[in-house]
Write a protein that binds this ligand. Structure first.
Ligand code: AP5
Length: 285
């Protein structure tokens, strides 16, 4: 846009110089007669005083609908990166884990069932989670894009997305070794009401045990005990890892509605992981 503006200004100035020459030698140069209006016209288009419908400014990715899936094992860093992506692309970060933690607080049959399932590290049944997700995406803020953190977690859930016509543009697969995950989740601390996440060593709060923004105490998740973490990892390798092939194949085949897949190494520090994801989304078209 700046380039077009500068070109516009140069065209107009050049047009005036030509007009000066033309006035001095009036009637002698028929080329100037054609040249001057063309230059001034291009100049006005460049500085946008004349709009033309087919001369569209190139859109940045932030102006477009962005629909992202964050794949990856427990503790891979999905929630951490979800916050950055939601802010940059102005989309809601929809975490099925967070949705289910709210359900688990309810004193209902479903609430109790969900709480028990989550505390053991197993997956909540599709009939519950698919309905909850559909409702969440249908909310107003989902109309300009969304980020799914923790969904789908198995092939049946990916198929449910497809059947419901819920479109996805990018699948970001955040990968890290199991041992790193156990260390990360063991040191994870949460600010419950905002969902802000810290790590006692890798991403510590300014004051130990306290949220940076509100000053409220941080807590540890019930499913962040080592035995439960190992069970979550087992479930991930059995159920969620096959989604890597599913989305890689879809991405390779291409086609109008197929998402673009990218594996990201999350053993790097948080900033580097963030940069790799942003670069992929911004420059993959
Ligand atoms: P959910 O809440 O989704 O948990 P999860 O997938 O196990 O993932 P986490 O939230 O534990 O980890 P994360 O990848 O977000 O990592 P984070 O960024 O926090 O699900 C919980 C439960 O809900 C499931 O077990 C299941 O029961 C149920 N559920 C949810 N969705 C479901 C579905 N679709 N179907 C059925 N059931 C479902 O990072 C972890 C730590 O590492 C943090 O301390 C962070 O600061 C640190 N860290 C992050 N990145 C880095 C880095 N690059 N370097 C160093 N440290 C890092």
């Amino acid at each position: 846009m700046i380039f077009a503006f500068i070109c516009g200004v140069i065209c107009i100035l050049f047009g005036f110089v030509q007009y000066g020459k033309y006035s001095e030698n009036k009637g002698k140069s028929s080329i100037s007669k054609i040249f001057i209006p063309i230059l001034v016209g291009l100049g006005l288009i460049g500085i946008k005083l004349i709009p033309i419908p087919f001369f569209k400014e190139s859109k940045t990715i932030e102006d477009e609908e962005v629909r992202i899936i964050l794949l990856g094992g427990p503790g891979a860093g999905k929630g951490t990166q979800a916050k950055f992506l939601a802010e940059k692309y102005n989309i809601p970060a929809i975490s099925t884990g967070d949705i289910l933690r709210e359900v688990a607080k309810q004193d209902t049959e479903i609430g109790k069932k969900v709480k028990e399932t989550m505390e053991s590290g197993n997956l909540v049944s599709d009939d519950i989670i698919v309905e909850l997700l559909k409702k969440r995406i249908a909310q107003e803020d989902g109309k300009s894009g969304y980020l799914l953190d923790g969904f789908p977690r198995k092939l049946s859930q990916a198929e449910a997305l497809r059947k419901e016509g819920i479109e996805i543009d990018y699948v970001i697969d955040i990968q890290v070794d199991d041992d790193v995950i156990v260390e990360r989740l063991g040191g994870r601390r949460i600010h419950a009401s905002s969902g802000r996440t810290y790590h006692v060593k890798n991403n510590p709060p300014k004051v130990p045990g306290v949220d940076d923004i509100t000053g409220e105490p941080l807590t540890q998740r019930a499913d962040d005990q080592e035995e439960t973490i190992r069970n979550r990892l087992r479930i991930y390798h059995e159920n969620t890892a096959p989604l890597v092939d599913y989305y890689q194949d879809a991405s390779r085949k291409g086609g109008e509605n197929s998402p673009k897949y990218k594996k990201i190494d999350s053993s790097n520090n948080i900033e580097l992981v963030k940069e790799s994801i942003f670069n992929f989304i911004d420059f993959s078209d």
